[in-house]
Design a protein around this ligand. Structure first.
Ligand SMILES: C[S@@+](CC[C@H](N)C(=O)[O-])C[C@H]1O[C@@H](n2cnc3c(N)ncnc32)[C@H](O)[C@@H]1O
Length: 260
């Protein structure tokens, strides 16, 4: 690992650690180090709580409601953290009118709500199509029980309704592979957050990324966590391709923009 990578990794862990302990804090009041703002190797140990990098964060009017949404294990709220909500909203706001968003792995609907409210905040509601792909009830016996339960499906619908997105999100209750087969149009924001095993993340990347045009964004959840397959795909496929720039990491969301 190069020195630069090494410092990037430590900063990421710091950020991740900070974010995970910040559940009760407001992200807007803290300094959030990201790759973009790392000033130099010498300064890394002295990052202070004096600045706010809000470059790629958007606090939508529904922010508090979204932050209270259920996500992750045990009906908690931190499957998608506060800073991740703000970054996903920012990503949603970048999608051009006439563009499409596809989320692979929507579970109880928190991340797609953050994206959808970002689209609305940017004045593009109804002009950007959103597709939420998940096995939901069809995952029985294939995914975790809480992924496939009737209750999860009901919560998904209730949560997206609570932020007025029910009419704007098209659901695809099917496997990622099946949905990719049916896809024919460009995707301007792709969020991958389904099965986190290496082979599955790789398959999602291979099936879906060709739909992203230059200027479009990809984001992965669970970067820098115990799900090493996510990091491996990002390092070995996405970064190695040289086709992506404008890389950001907020919480466990890794995102980048296609340049070629
Ligand atoms: C970590 S959860 C997604 C969390 C969600 N993004 C949120 O906002 O909380 C992963 C989801 O991926 C779905 N999933 C797993 N494997 C899948 C596959 N092969 N195709 C489609 N969805 C899948 C599961 O049903 C589960 O709901």
């Amino acid at each position: 690992m190069s020195l630069r990578n090494c410092y990037q990794r430590s900063a990421l862990s710091f950020q991740h650690h900070w974010d995970m302990r910040a559940h009760e804090r407001r992200w807007s009041k803290i300094f959030i180090p990201t790759w973009d703002v790392l000033p130099s190797v010498q300064l890394v140990p002295f990052l202070v709580l004096s600045e706010v990098n809000v470059d790629k964060l958007l606090q939508v009017p529904e922010y508090e409601t979204i932050c209270q949404m259920l996500s992750g294990d045990h009906n908690g709220k931190f499957g998608i953290s506060e800073i991740e909500v703000a970054h996903l909203s920012w990503l949603g706001a970048q999608v051009p009118a006439g563009g499409d968003v596809v989320e692979i792995g929507s579970h109880r609907g928190k991340s797609i709500s953050a994206i959808g409210c970002g689209i609305r905040a940017a004045g593009k509601q109804g002009k950007v199509r959103m597709f939420a792909v998940d096995l939901w009830l069809k995952g029985e016996g294939k995914t975790f029980d809480h992924y496939a339960s009737e209750e999860t499906w009901e919560i998904f619908n209730k949560q997206i309704e609570s932020v007025g997105l029910h009419d704007f999100i098209q659901t695809r209750m099917m496997s990622s592979a099946k949905a990719a087969e049916k896809r024919g149009k460009p995707i301007h924001l792709l969020f991958i957050d389904a099965d986190h095993k290496y082979k599955s993340v790789l398959q999602d990347w291979q099936l879906w990324s060709p739909f992203i045009p230059v200027g479009g964004y990809v984001a992965f959840h669970d970067f820098g966590t115990r799900f090493k397959g996510v990091d491996r795909v990002i390092n070995e496929e996405v970064i190695a391709s040289g086709a992506w720039e404008d890389i950001s990491v907020y919480g466990r969301v890794w995102s980048a923009r296609r340049i070629k």
